[in-house]
Design a protein around this ligand. Structure first.
Ligand code: SR1
Ligand code: MG
Length: 421
């Protein structure tokens, strides 16, 4: 047997003109960028701050000193995982992927995507619209805020980005060229490991969790049926290039105010299963739902907000389905008849449930957790919320083949209890 892998060329990033920026050099950099000369005049004073709280990158805000509302964001990829340090190298190519994905997603949904000023292929950075004073959706949900336009916006974002980049809509040759632009092996590997693999292995790499939920974690790590489902979901993630997906669409990748919604940070973008993005949104709403077991101690207030979160999840799916009609209206009834549409949508809701559930469990057991749960100071109260999150996530994954509607998914949340595992 020959070794064919020697014929596979793995491209190396060119770091010869790359410098990680700091609070001073970022200002010099901005002043030199021709694309920003209309925004900032060459001799005006600029102020920089580091605003990144993500796991991977440097994020700077640069403001005109005399007019702070005139501002931009520079997001620069480091050649390693920021959360862990330089012991975990990671190609800064993700900044190029993010720039290309932002360009596509903003061509599809300009009002729901930050404006991209420039992608610097040498410095591995993107210069973008500053989305402040909007806040990260996750933070708003922790404070029990309401966002009346969110489901309409995100339903349209999901339907148009997933629909327009799929074979249901895009010319199949263009789709394949597009897929080639979004080969993203290193970031996919993070998801393959951190979402689908490590949390299910005892002492899996990077795993950490509240010691009070050790019993539930043990059940999950010994659940062979769950592991088989997880292998199937991982296989779908790795091999089902259905649409250009955002790839990390949790509630920390969405910024909101009372009226508007913006989806940012698509550095994990690649051609993958559409349900991974829808599941990410819904799974993160359910993580927030579980977190109110610890944040909102008044039972009436808690029930009311948890019901609101379930209404949001239902609204996300229903708005997605309504917006996704544009794809079905375009189909040839012989090649893709109604019966095919029904099968496609059935598979999609089951994928949404499975990926959503997987994303819930990884945020409780795996390397990267979420503020919704981490900000519950009392470990006992946090454990109650985490148990509920695990119970919902596990059932979404294991029971998904019986689901045919969003009500089936919501019903899992309504009938799960932290104490029943
Ligand atoms: C090591 S990166 C950890 C996580 O941060 C990102 O937001 C992704 O969700 C990734 O899995
Ligand atoms: Mg991110």
């Amino acid at each position: 047997m020959g070794n064919f892998t020697e014929h596979i060329k793995v491209p190396e990033p060119d770091l010869s003109r790359y410098q990680p920026l700091n609070l001073e050099t970022v200002i010099t950099y901005v002043k030199q960028r021709p694309e920003l000369q209309e925004l900032f005049s060459p001799d005006e004073e600029l102020v920089s701050s580091e605003v990144g709280d993500g796991n991977l990158n440097l994020v700077f805000r640069i403001q005109a000193k005399n007019d702070p509302a005139r501002s931009i964001i520079i997001k620069q990829a480091l050649p390693y995982v920021r959360l862990v340090g330089d012991s975990w190298p990671l190609s800064p190519d993700r900044a190029i992927i993010e720039g290309k994905a932002l360009a596509i997603f903003s061509a599809i949904c300009p009002d729901l995507t930050p404006k991209l000023y420039y992608t610097d292929y040498d410095m591995y950075l993107n210069i973008m619209e500053d989305l402040a004073p909007r806040i990260i959706l996750r933070k708003g949900l922790i404070k029990r805020q309401h966002y009346p336009n969110f489901t309409k916006h995100i339903g349209r974002y999901l339907a148009r980005t997933l629909g327009e980049t799929s074979d249901l809509y895009l010319d199949p040759q263009l789709k394949k060229w597009n897929a080639a632009q979004f080969t993203n092996p290193q970031l996919c590997k993070i998801t393959e490991d951190l979402v689908f693999t490590n949390p299910y292995i005892k002492d899996g790499n990077g795993n950490h969790f509240n010691p009070l939920i050790a019993k539930e974690v043990e059940v999950i790590q010994n659940d062979e049926e769950l592991h088989a489902e997880m292998a199937e979901l991982k296989d779908a993630f790795m091999s089902h290039g259905q649409a250009l997906i955002h790839g990390d669409l949790h509630t920390g990748s969405i910024m909101v105010d009372a009226a508007t919604t913006k989806v940012m940070d698509p550095e994990f973008a690649f051609y993958g299963p559409a349900g991974f993005d829808i599941g990410a949104v819904i799974g993160n709403l359910f993580l927030n739902y579980a977190s109110h077991e610890g944040h909102t101690l008044d039972p009436g207030e808690r029930r009311e907000y948890q019901q609101y979160l379930l209404d949001l999840a239902k609204g996300v799916w229903e708005n997605f389905v309504a917006e996704f009609q544009f794809v079905w209206e375009k189909q040839d009834p012989v090649q893709r008849p109604d019966a095919y549409r029904e099968r496609y949508m059935l598979k999609l809701i089951q994928d949404t449930a499975g990926f959503g559930g997987a994303k819930m469990m990884r945020r409780i057991i795996g390397l990267a957790h979420v503020e919704d749960l981490e900000s519950i100071a009392d470990p006992e109260k946090r454990a109650v919320a985490e148990r509920l999150g695990l119970a919902i996530g596990r059932r979404l994954v294991k029971e998904r083949s019986h689901f045919s509607s969003i009500s089936d998914i919501i019903n899992v949340v309504l009938t799960s209890r932290p104490e029943v595992f």
